[in-house]
Design a protein around this ligand. Structure first.
Ligand code: NAD
Length: 287
């Protein structure tokens, strides 16, 4: 039987609409949530991501601004910009679009963002809070994956979850979130021996690699929930995920499409985090 499609686009629209009350309460206190994006260089994908985030902000009632720098910008100029944004009361959330050019130390730039404005959740203080199970900002992509799973009613407690990809922005934080929901979690990566043998054990399989159609039907247990985080541009210009969607949808119990799955949820969770940052700025603690 073909898998149930988990529609990230419509869930993302719902999540954004849910922010309306909070945004109105903030407006009554004279606060409009504001997100500042820092964009370095001409990477076309980064430009598209920043544009989509700004558009989503505008549609949701969040003020957005973009600070653009040339590829050759110095680290000190970038750090100065981040310091200015940290001090700006109209800016509640700051995102530094990754990847940064090689001459810049991305870790140092991310560490400069105030943890209270770190709506991407990449600061060590927020990642540490996630590790310890304390309130903080959770990175948008893993938070979005969790909302998709919850919305689809996928059982997690006691189930085998396998994540392919161990990045700090997707794989590792997602593993912690799934652990919090009592899943038994395995993280695979480029050195994993016999990847298919591991993925076939998964009740929940998340692919976050960046390799088009890496996950074939023979790697998926019948009835599993398959979440595709990957975004790959094919030679013909179309987008594909890390999962061979056409084949896997015949085996899986649930599946997310690319585009229209995790991507829109990442943006929606960024908006949620920006609204929470604005609330935090007027004394409402994170939960
Ligand atoms: P990354 O390059 O930081 O990490 C990739 C991971 O894949 C690494 O841990 C690596 O060990 C693993 N890997 C590489 N080849 C492998 C293989 N053959 N078998 C098993 N594991 C392998 O990537 P990232 O930043 O986590 O992004 C992963 C993908 O997700 C990319 O396509 C990216 O564009 C996409 N992405 C999408 C969203 C979204 O909103 N949908 C957000 C972030 C990233």
């Amino acid at each position: 039987m073909p898998a149930k499609l988990i529609d990230g686009k419509s869930l993302a629209a719902m999540v954004r609409a849910e922010q309306k009350d909070a945004i109105e309460s903030l407006a009554a206190r004279g606060v409009r949530p504001g997100l500042a994006a820092v964009l370095v260089g001409d990477d076309p994908a980064s430009r598209v991501y920043v544009r989509n985030k700004a558009r989503a902000c505008n549609e949701t009632g969040v003020r957005s601004e973009v600070h653009e720098f040339p590829e050759q910008v110095s680290e000190s100029a970038l750090l100065e910009c981040v310091a200015r944004l940290n001090a700006d009361p109209r800016v509640h959330g700051i995102l530094v679009q990754l990847p940064l050019p090689r001459q810049l130390d991305a870790a140092r730039v991310l560490a400069a963002v105030s943890p209270e404005k770190d709506v991407d959740g990449f600061h060590a203080a927020n990642l540490g809070a996630l590790l310890q199970g304390r309130p903080g900002f959770v990175p948008g992509t893993p938070a979005g994956v969790m909302r998709l799973l919850e919305h689809a009613g996928v059982p997690l407690a006691g189930r085998q979850a396998v994540i392919v990809g161990r990045s700090t922005i997707v794989g590792k934080p997602l593993a912690l979130l799934l652990l919090q929901k009592d899943a038994t979690v395995t993280i695979c990566h480029s050195k994993t021996a016999d990847l298919a043998a591991v993925t076939r054990q998964a009740d929940i399989l998340v692919a976050a690699v960046g390799s088009a159609k890496l996950i074939g039907a023979d790697m998926v247990k019948a009835g599993a929930c398959v979440v595709d985080v990957g975004i790959n541009r094919l030679a013909d210009g179309t987008l594909a995920g890390d999962v061979d969607f056409a084949a896997v949808k015949e085996t899986a119990g649930w599946i997310t499409p690319v585009p229209g799955g995790v991507g829109p949820m990442t943006v929606a969770m960024l908006i949620v985090n920006t609204v929470r940052a604005a609330e935090l700025s007027i004394g409402k603690p994170l939960v």
